[in-house]
Design a protein around this ligand. Structure first.
Ligand code: SF4
Length: 452
């Protein structure tokens, strides 16, 4: 059932996306480089050796700026940046190997950006094969990358397939030409089809399309024709994201400020898109994510094994995710750390023989409990809240839980919260009621995107 316009107005406010708890703006920044060594070592000994580790590698370069973009990227056409950057990534990896003191097992690699396919197939091959030479591969590994449909060549796909990659995610956003012009990302359907066909011909088991609703010039009619094209290519997974309009942080977004759908129109776009996806046979996996029924993401949801980390929803519940590269965030369960954001600072710190972290958070026992509640709500739509946490909730949260119950967005029985199907549309708001780090500061940060 769709959310009513009144509920949309009420709940459409800035809230974290809960890819971590605490969210980055509420980190205490209580992690020194020495502490980070200790946390990484502890996580490696406790989980990493057994489960394997996940690696997120940030490749920040793009040849041209998409005006809607909120990623950490560097726009350049100079491909000489590839070699020194890859060198820095490998040096960072060496530093982690030194902390582990034994050969790690890699369960997942995800190349994100920026545009990973800005890098030549040779550069990517050198990077990945060097990392893999120093590690074992988990039998159930998941290797994936983000590809720009305009520059993901057959060679990129073939090179990465040889290294074990079998999942690719293409940033589509919208197939409509007026929308593409406004966001400065022209990519013809034929290019997307070619990139998708190439992946399938090379044996990739999963293609994901990222689509966005709430973009300038988007209407129900343009979105309908976008979904006709999606139907033609039928990717295994679809992420259907809400466009985040934050022009004070990303000034290029000002260029189309007057052409954005309003809140109600934006929600109608989402409801329309969701309906189409369900008609096409996709199942809703979690906030923003849809997949075909036999995709591992759907199966993980059914078996309760869905996990969420800085990369979004995942089937791999590894408790150790290391982020390599400028701005990457690592999550070693007991702590988070983020690397220097600018490419130059990142490379400079590596040259000084440092792990280039600039901020972090060491989770307390209490944080770990709240984190599990939020993970359960956002991955499974329900949670048993320990009394020690419930007892700390401010009156405003208890009042909001009662209101949401009256609005049929959730059910609260004792210490158990069950979110309704409709309530999953505002799951971030539900999570925020338990976000004690944010609540104790009594502030919401405007840099968060709005919930709807
Ligand atoms: S290619 Fe991706 S990361 Fe680069 S500017 Fe466009 S949206 Fe942003």
């Amino acid at each position: 059932m769709a959310l009513s316009p009144d509920l949309i107005r009420k709940y459409n406010r800035p809230v974290p996306r809960y890819t971590s708890y605490p969210s980055v703006p509420f980190w205490e920044n209580n992690v020194t480089e020495r502490d980070w060594d200790v946390l990484v070592r502890k996580a490696f000994d406790q989980f990493g050796k057994e489960e394997g580790i996940s690696l997120y590698i940030h490749l920040p370069f793009c040849e041209s700026l998409c005006t809607y973009c909120g990623c950490n990227k560097r726009i350049t056409k100079n491909h000489q940046v590839e070699t020194p950057y890859i060198q820095a990534l490998l040096e960072e990896w060496q530093k982690y190997l030194a902390i582990f003191q034994s050969k790690p097992k890699i369960s997942a690699i995800h190349l994100g950006g920026g545009t990973p396919t800005f890098f030549s197939p040779e550069s990517l091959s050198f990077l990945i094969s060097t990392i893999l030479e120093s590690a074992d591969k988990n039998a159930k590994k998941v290797f994936s990358f983000e590809g720009h449909p305009n520059n993901t060549t057959y060679e990129h796909l073939a090179t990465l397939a040889k290294l074990g990659f079998d999942r690719v995610s293409y940033g589509i956003q919208d197939f409509d030409l007026d929308v593409q012009k406004a966001i400065h990302r022209i990519q013809p359907f034929e290019k997307v089809k070619e990139a998708t066909d190439n992946a399938r011909n090379l044996g990739y088991s999963s293609v994901n399309f990222d689509l966005v609703y709430g973009l300038p010039h988007q209407t129900l009619a343009t979105l309908s024709s976008t979904f006709d094209k999606v139907e033609e290519l039928k990717p295994e997974r679809i992420a259907f994201y809400s466009y985040a309009h934050l022009p004070s942080t990303f000034p290029a977004q000002k260029s189309y400020h007057n052409y954005l759908p309003d809140e109600t129109e934006k929600r109608a776009l989402y409801e329309f898109g969701k309906e189409r996806l369900l008609e096409l046979g996709y199942e809703e996996v979690g906030m923003d994510h849809f997949a075909l029924p036999d995709d591992p993401l759907c199966l993980a949801k059914k078996t309760g094994e869905l996990h969420r980390n800085f990369m979004g929803y995942t089937t791999l519940a590894t408790k150790m995710l290391l982020g390599l590269g400028a701005s990457s965030i690592s999550d070693v369960w007991y702590g988070f750390a983020q690397n220097e954001k600018s490419v130059e600072c990142y490379q400079r710190e590596i040259d000084k023989d440092r792990i280039p972290i600039v901020k972090g958070h060491h989770l307390s026992e209490f944080d770990l409990g709240v984190r599990q509640v939020i993970l359960n709500l956002i991955c499974r739509g329900e949670a048993e809240v320990p009394f020690s946490i419930w007892d700390q909730l401010p009156a405003s949260s208890l009042e909001s839980i009662r209101e949401m119950e009256n609005e049929e967005l959730l059910n609260s029985t004792g210490l158990h919260i069950q979110i309704s199907e409709e309530g999953m549309g505002v799951v971030r708001n539900v999570c925020s009621l338990f976000d004690l780090r944010m609540l104790e500061k009594n502030e919401t940060k405007t840099q968060f995107s709005k919930a709807i």
